[in-house]
Design a protein around this ligand. Structure first.
Ligand SMILES: C[S@@+](CC[C@H](N)C(=O)[O-])C[C@H]1O[C@@H](n2cnc3c(N)ncnc32)[C@H](O)[C@@H]1O
Length: 231
């Protein structure tokens, strides 16, 4: 495991506290990639609904939801209800207005960091995007284990994150985050007892940014879902 003892949750929150609650804000000035990102995620999500044993479409969880960009454009069109986790109060308070018409489908709002989250219900899809770099390996593994136990039948954990091209962990002191290599992610999934049933690289993103990967993960013991394995 990489050594990330110097990741500081307070510093990360301090960074986000100064960021405006807009799409451009939560995407660090890359608001223009949001539509392409959502298109890629839709294809990925649809591929999960096409599995032999697909997840249901009752409840999804958006982890590190920001202002609800993914909730609004990706999850609410597919799920009856969406819960959100977001530690920045300003972002959390923006979600309902940002979502607009579909606000009645918003479920629970959890104003905590993922490292402190304790799920109290089951989810069909748990979506984690551009947020796991804030967690240490240890906290990430514990969080993924909690998510694994919070999946409904045929439920899937989705991770969409930047991945380094160098094959090494890269740190960003500005927001106290890390970007992991593919190998590091795979090791973490294994330790959390999760099995990868799909993996896909986001296409059409501009040059000069990290490659972005999507992973679909299920509990290792779930034989039914494992029949869906394609890799
Ligand atoms: C790059 S933004 C991405 C937001 C959203 N996932 C999206 O793609 O639109 C990162 C988000 O992670 C949140 N965040 C930072 N540290 C976190 C933590 N420890 N637990 C949960 N969320 C965190 C920030 O407040 C911010 O909303």
């Amino acid at each position: 495991m990489s050594n990330q003892n110097d990741l500081c949750y307070e510093k990360a929150l301090g960074y986000w506290a100064d960021i405006p609650p807009t799409v451009d804000g939560v995407l660090g000035g890359f608001g223009f990639i949001s539509d392409m990102d959502i298109d890629g995620s839709k294809l990925f999500l649809k591929s999960l609904f096409s599995l032999k044993n697909p997840p249901a479409s009752h409840t999804a969880l958006d982890c590190g939801a920001g202002i609800g960009r993914i909730t609004k454009y990706l999850l609410l069109p597919y799920f009856q209800s969406v819960d959100v986790i977001e530690p920045d109060e300003k972002f959390l308070n923006t979600i309902t207005d940002f979502v607009g018409e579909e606000r009645t489908k918003l479920g629970n709002f959890y104003n905590v960091g993922l490292q402190k989250f304790k799920p109290d219900k089951k989810y069909d899809v748990i979506w984690n995007q551009w947020v796991l770099g804030y967690l240490t390996d240890k906290d990430l593994i514990s969080f993924l284990q909690l998510c694994r136990n919070a999946l409904s039948e045929n439920g899937v954990i989705v991770i969409k994150e930047n991945v380094t091209s160098s094959g090494k962990l890269e740190k960003d002191e500005t927001d106290s985050s890390v970007t992991r290599s593919l190998k590091q992610f795979l090791k973490i999934f294994k330790t959390a007892n999760l099995r990868r049933i799909k993996q896909c690289k986001q296409t059409n993103f501009p040059n000069g940014i990290y490659p972005v990967y999507m992973f679909a993960l299920v509990p290792k013991i779930n034989e039914l879902i494992c029949n869906n394995i394609q890799d």
